[in-house]
Design a protein around this ligand. Structure first.
Ligand code: NAI
Length: 778
């Protein structure tokens, strides 16, 4: 037996294992689980084992959901939806509040179950995951209550299919279910195959609190079950998981018009500036990279350190790493638990092997018996090294240095992902400068991995689209009221195939040109096609490429600020008004009048679509800022060519984007007449680029372009599938706008501005909390 005097010498922690008796009793009582459909558990079907990754022990047998199971769950959700949506906000709030209370009552049980099934340290499950689950249901009970006040006129989507990963099983369930229910939707949720147990325990809680049958349905199974849910009759899919699977889901949904949010992978930078509090930053690394064994989508897995402090930082890092305890997840003094499954462990080790074979040096990171890997990092790693490019999703970071802030930003942005960033500097100027320049959906200043139900979370670029948390998250589960299409809206306009009627130089009046980079250009090849009132240029792939290139150079437009952009737009309205009669000849006096009004409308908004400061955790200032995407591609309506075009282009540019627009194919000349108005209004070159021609050829090329960050489509629905498929390449969101009266009030407003921006959530210490002590993990 260890003597007290020996303990005083070694200062070793003794074992302090959380009691798992209650959970084990529950597991042995339940043993084999069916699905949770329409308020009760089905008889188990074909089952698979779920294991404790730290020991390999089988915990339970869980059913593999079939297509029929998924259909039954969707049917139950569909039946329940109308009744659920018909409840008052207060009634729905009470149900959500009851779920929160019961999660709190079962906090210990749920934490132990999560730790057993997932392998994460009990301290994390108990102190972070489960309290945040309760917080999510409380917060969204509030949104249920306030839905109609805060989001007037918006309606729930219907039935939502939700697919979640294994790294935060119960927390991801809460992130998905709470907002969906608050908005008035019903759900079918599929947990990850490695970690289905807390979702099944949550199903019991739904029974306990008397949640109406069919509002929450849970179907367990693997990717095949997930794929069946994607194919099922649901109105939305919300997915968190790998970028590859997310891309496949986007492809599967192409052209269906169903809503999709994707929260995917990351390779987030952890930037330590020369003036950082290094001790605090080291604790930040622990919270950011070694939290949950590094199996965190927003882990700051690329450590970037200012050269001047790199040596000192690395010494501190090694010392801290050596003190982290790897071991039994149920032990309260364990820092690093088990990797979720041997498959994931092999994946992590194989990336590390590839990284070292390509010349990187692995410090620490040894594989241990069972599903354990010691914390570590890869140094001397070239940008093209597989360890630098791939998401390792384990307790291994990369370590590199930089000299200047510009270089730090360049390295930070040198990735296809854009989920999060953690920035360490004692200078507010330096930290906020970096926060503005790093392309990521969440930025933590002098902190890392802090989450809260009120703070929107989600990615830029290939980390996905859509937000979870706060008002932005609620909007992902609400829809605009259906709009009655105008009689002459685009759907009723036949899409003419442009005739390659004539080519350049045959003596025909060809005043119409493309508008690229602020200059009028002939289309590549010089072909024109017949349209009412003359000929229009038939743009091609090369014109689209040139237009996108011009748009990417218009970056200063965003930097002008809202007031500067408003002035240009007001001037544009003035100049169009001066030529109103001339434009009326091409369209109609009422359309020109509506076009001028629309420009005034967005000039007004340019400096008023604000960010918010949300009430997340005490001791933090959490700003949610709308940022422009950069370049937005768009196909504009065929009907009402002038107001249709302006209704799309104006909100996008008012928010600081540059656009490449394909105007009405059938009647593009009213838009071609605008070029001169743009030129006389001081609109900087490249902010608006216009390529006329065959939409079915041009739109997929534009939607596939890597420099285009978002796509808007207003036009015949049959164009949509090709655009959606093309957009999945770099995972750009597609905003599809129903046909409407483009001169009317339903073709303008905040919804357009929201789609013209994506929010960046910036956390910084504020008030009494010392920098660095605000991280989630400890
Ligand atoms: P995954 O993306 O395959 O699994 C996530 C969820 O999607 C699970 O519920 C799974 O059953 C489901 N799924 C799998 N294939 C599907 C399909 N074709 N259609 C619909 N649903 C499907 O992730 P996996 O294989 O478990 O992990 C692989 C890698 O993905 C990790 O090493 C990590 O790099 C990344 N990952 C990222 C996560 C994040 O939070 N962003 C979470 C989990 C994994």
């Amino acid at each position: 037996m260890t003597r007290v005097s020996e303990i005083m010498q070694t200062m070793e922690y003794g074992p302090s294992v959380e009691d798992s008796t209650a959970v084990r009793d529950w597991l042995s009582r339940r043993g084999r689980f069916g699905h949770f459909i329409n308020g009760s558990f089905t008889k188990p079907g074909q089952t698979f084992e779920t294991r404790d990754p730290s020991t390999g022990e089988v915990l339970a047998h869980v059913s593999q959901g079939t297509e029929a199971d998924v259909k039954a769950a969707v049917r139950a959700a569909r039946r329940a939806q109308k009744g659920w949506a018909a409840l008052s906000g207060t009634e729905r709030a009470r149900h959500l509040y009851a779920l929160a209370r019961h999660v709190q009552k079962r906090e210990r049980f749920l934490s132990v179950l999560e730790t057993l099934d997932n392998g994460k340290p009990i301290r994390e499950a108990r102190d972070i995951d489960v309290p945040l689950v309760a917080r999510h249901f409380y917060h969204h009970a509030g949104w249920a209550e306030l839905r109609d006040t805060r989001f007037p006129g918006l309606a729930p989507l219907g039935v939502c299919g939700q697919i979640i990963p294994w790294n935060f099983p119960l927390l991801m369930l809460a992130w998905k279910i709470a907002p969906a229910l608050a908005a008035g939707n019903t759900v079918v949720l599929k947990p990850a195959e490695y970690t289905p147990l807390t979702a099944l325990a949550f199903a019991e809680i739904c029974q306990e609190v008397g949640l109406p049958k069919g509002v929450v349905n849970i179907v367990t199974g693997d990717g095949a079950t997930g794929a069946a849910l994607v194919k099922a009759d649901v109105d939305k899919i919300a997915f968190t998981g790998s970028t590859e699977v997310g891309r496949g889901i986007a492809q599967a949904l192409a052209g269906t018009g169903r809503r999709l949010t994707l929260e995917l992978g990351g390779k987030s930078p952890f930037v330590v500036m020369e003036d950082a509090d290094l001790d605090a930053a080291i604790e930040g690394v622990v919270d950011s990279i070694w939290f949950n064994q590094g199996q965190v989508c927003c882990a700051g897995s690329r450590i970037l350190v200012a050269e001047a402090v790199a040596e000192r930082f690395e010494t501190l890092l090694r010392a801290r790493m050596a003190r982290l305890r790897v071991g039994a997840p149920l032990d309260k003094s364990t820092d690093i638990g088990a990797i979720v499954d041997p498959v994931q462990k092999d994946r992590i080790l194989s990336i590390c092997r590839a990284a070292t074979e390509a010349g990187a040096e692995l410090v620490g990171g040894q594989s241990q018996d069972g599903c354990f890997i010691a914390p570590g990092y890869l140094k001397n790693i070239a940008p093209a090294n597989p360890g630098a490019e791939q998401e390792i999703f384990g307790p291994i970071a990369t370590f590199s240095t930089f000299r200047t802030a510009d270089e730090a930003v360049e390295l930070a942005n040198n990735t296809r992902y854009g989920l999060a960033a953690s920035i360490w500097s004692e200078s507010a100027t330096v930290a906020t400068d970096l926060a503005a320049r790093i392309k990521a959906g969440v930025v933590w200043i002098n902190s890392a991995n802090i989450f809260d139900a009120a703070a929107p979370f989600g990615g830029y670029r290939e980390s996905g689209y859509g937000r979870e948390g706060g008002a932005a998250g609620m909007l992902e589960y609400l829809a605009e009221p259906p709009v009655r299409p105008a009689r002459d809206a685009a759907t009723t306009v036949p899409v003419a195939t442009p005739e390659r009627a004539t080519t350049a130089g045959q003596g025909i009046d060809r005043t119409a040109k493309l508008y690229i980079g602020g200059a009028q250009k002939r289309p590549d090849g010089g072909a024109m096609y017949a349209v009412p009132g003359g000929l229009a240029p038939l743009g091609g792939r090369k014109d689209i490429r040139n237009a996108v290139e011009a748009a990417t150079k218009a970056g200063k437009w965003a930097a002008m600020g809202g007031h500067g952009r408003a002035q240009v737009l007001y001037f544009l309205a003035e100049n169009l008004a001066a030529r109103a009669d001339e434009f009326a000849g091409r369209t109609s006096p009422s359309e020109v009048e509506a076009a001028i009004a629309r420009i005034f409308h967005y000039a007004a908004w340019a400096d008023k679509f604000d960010g918010t400061n949300v009430q997340a955790k005490a001791g933090h200032l959490v700003n949610v800022l709308p940022e422009p995407y950069g370049v937005i591609g768009m196909t504009c309506p065929n009907a009402q060519p002038l107001t249709g075009f302006l209704s799309l282009v104006l909100p996008a540019i008012a928010m600081g984007n540059a656009v490449v627009a394909i105007p009405s194919q059938t009647d593009p000349l009213p838009v071609a007449d605008l070029y001169q108005v743009f030129d006389t209004s001081d609109l900087p070159a490249g902010v608006v680029n216009i390529v006329t021609g065959a939409r079915s050829e041009l739109a997929p090329v534009l939607a596939a372009h890597d420099e285009v960050a978002a796509f808007w489509h207003a036009g015949p629905p049959q164009e949509r599938a090709a655009i959606d498929r093309a957009a999945t390449g770099n995972l750009k969101p597609v905003f599809s706008i129903q046909n409407r009266d483009w001169t009317g009030p339903q073709a303008q407003g905040e919804d357009f501005l929201r789609h013209a921006t994506r929010c960046k959530t910036i956390w910084m210490p504020y008030g009494a909390l010392p920098a660095g002590s605000g991280s989630a993990a400890y």
